[in-house]
Ligand binder design. Structure first.
Ligand SMILES: Cc1ncc(COP(=O)(O)O)c(C=O)c1O
Length: 396
């Protein structure tokens, strides 16, 4: 079936689009120090997609709209069955209804889990570079403990076990936020990596919160193993969601999976018991009817990644960039052009008018030399973005 991923949908001016991604370029460019912007910006920033969601979901949401009552809502058994069935079928990961708690989005879930399971001033470990909001734990009164991953120099990252072990041995550090698949590096951790991290954390009583929101967006030839499946459920909490997979982030439906009875008891009741009827229906529809759409999406994303990598290799020969294992982002390192941070930012954001996530969002290392492009837009738009950037770097 043709899902129309090539269609360019106006998310800037359409009255039904309240897109965060397409409203924030001005904020982003300010952050990277670029003020004068062209009108025809291309936004490859923020991991949401410019694709219309699966028609099966839209049809069911029309049905709900026609029903016409949107009162306080509870999760029905059909909801839990859909979640359990999806992960059992797609990831051979088995849990039950009683292991699932709803939270209004993964970001919020992680914040609440950190508050529930750690104490003020304790340290929360994050492998960096990381999704910027994982670094937000300081907002909960906890300490943000960065364990840098090892970069081979070509943007391929692996875990520094010695540094991780050192951080875990510090008794003040009581939790780690894992990100698997890892944003922004695009790594999918192997079974061996997951088991080793699990062993180190358990030996030192460090709670693992595994953020797996990108686990259905896999590049060709890759497979994903949930951390709980790889190393058991003891001391481990997983966060899963339709938000990224089905482009439903605005409905903020996250499922937190806890199988460890001690953690369940320690966590008490979940205060978030009131999702919207639209969110509930979207999850049921996505997990019961959306599989073909996700498969087609992954194929389309592979095609876009191939096309953009080919283009970058040919027209931006000094840029270092790798094919991701999971997700749809490219981290593009411009440092071999030998330009200052300001010059790189001005060429990309100012002159080319392409908005990405700069390195500033992910760690404090490479700042404005590395930029993350989300290729979750029609392929023609992604290619135009790189054509504009290449033009700015052609004589450098
Ligand atoms: C790794 C990761 N976790 C969480 C989120 C936010 O998820 P949610 O929209 O469910 O809060 C993002 C968004 O980009 C992300 O990349």
């Amino acid at each position: 079936m043709h899902y129309g991923f090539d269609e360019i949908i106006d998310r800037k001016n359409d009255k039904y689009s309240f897109s965060f991604k397409w409203q924030i370029p001005y904020y982003v460019t300010k952050r990277v120090g670029v003020e004068n912007l062209r009108d025809d910006l291309i936004c490859l920033e923020t991991a949401d997609m410019d694709f219309r969601v699966a028609p099966e979901i839209i049809e069911d949401l029309h049905g709900l709209t026609d029903h016409g009552i949107f009162g306080y809502s509870e999760l029905p058994d059909r909801y839990f069955e859909a979640v359990v069935d999806w992960y059992g079928r797609r990831q051979d990961w088995h849990f039950s209804k009683d292991d699932i708690s709803y939270y209004p989005g993964t970001h919020k879930a992680i914040e609440e889990l950190v508050k529930k399971y750690t104490k003020p001033n304790e340290g929360v470990i994050v492998l960096t570079p990381c999704y910027g909001y994982h670094g937000d734990v300081e907002g909960t009164g906890r300490k943000y403990i960065q364990v840098e991953m090892i970069n081979d120099g070509y943007e391929y990252f692996t875990i520094d076990y010695d540094a991780l072990e050192k951080a875990c041995k510090d008794e003040n550090n009581t939790a780690i936020i894992m990100c698997h698949p890892h944003n922004p590096t695009g790594r999918i951790f192997t079974h061996e990596e997951l088991v080793r991290v699990g062993d180190i954390c358990r030996k030192n009583n460090v709670l693992i919160i595994s953020d797996e929101v990108h686990s259905d967006i896999l590049r060709k030839g890759q497979s994903f193993e949930p951390m709980m499946k790889a190393c058991g459920s003891e001391g481990l909490i997983a966060c899963t969601a339709v938000n990224k997979t089905f482009n439903l982030a605005g409905l903020a439906m996250t499922n937190v999976i806890i199988q460890d009875d001690k953690l369940k008891q320690a966590g008490g009741d979940n205060m978030y018991s009131m999702p919207t009827p639209f969110g509930i229906q979207a999850v049921i529809s996505a997990y019961t009817k959306g599989e073909n759409w996700v498969n087609a999406l992954n194929e389309y994303l592979d095609g876009s990644i191939d096309a953009c990598l080919d283009y970058i290799h040919e027209h931006l020969p000094k840029a270092k960039v790798l094919r991701p294992e999971g997700g749809y982002s490219l981290n593009i390192n411009f440092e071999d052009y030998g330009l200052s941070d300001e010059e790189v930012a001005d060429k990309i954001y100012g002159k080319a008018g392409v908005i990405m996530n700069s390195g500033l969002f992910f760690d404090d290392k490479r700042k404005l030399q590395v930029h993350r492009a989300c290729l979750s837009s029609p392929r023609s738009m992604c290619l135009e973005a790189f054509a504009r950037i290449a033009k700015e770097f052609e004589n450098c």
